[in-house]
Design a protein. Structure first.
Length: 118
């Protein structure tokens, strides 16, 4: 069974920084991709950033230049460094992992709350 656990959320003032972590554990054959989504109150879950095994990344326009996604493949860890935070970044942040090249499956963490005060 695969488990993803996020950590690092909290309350921060606008302009501040936070670093989220996501640990993947369990029966992991191969991680194809990992990334972050977020869901603000009353809104749909939205993609934040993705990182592939080759290290290439994609990110959503609202966070470009402010957030950085990275991975430690040896430790099955993923990070989201968030800087210049804005109140509109307030959301529950979820990490996900796509595991398995032959029959890929998506696994989700339980989410971590990020609140940015103005």
């Amino acid at each position: 069974q695969v488990q993803l656990v996020e950590s690092g959320g909290g309350l921060v003032q606008a302009g501040g920084s936070l670093k989220l972590s996501c640990t993947v554990s369990g029966s992991i054959s191969s991680i194809v991709a990992m990334g972050w989504y977020r869901q603000a109150p009353g809104k749909q879950r939205a993609l934040v950033a993705t990182i592939l095994n080759d290290g290439s990344t994609t990110s959503a326009d609202p966070i470009k230049g402010r957030f950085t996604i990275s991975r430690d493949n040896a430790k099955n860890l993923m990070y989201l460094q968030m800087s210049s935070l804005k109140p509109e970044d307030t959301a529950v942040y979820y990490c996900y992992a796509v595991i398995g090249y032959d029959s890929p499956m998506v696994y989700w963490g339980q989410g971590t709350q990020v609140t940015v005060s103005s």
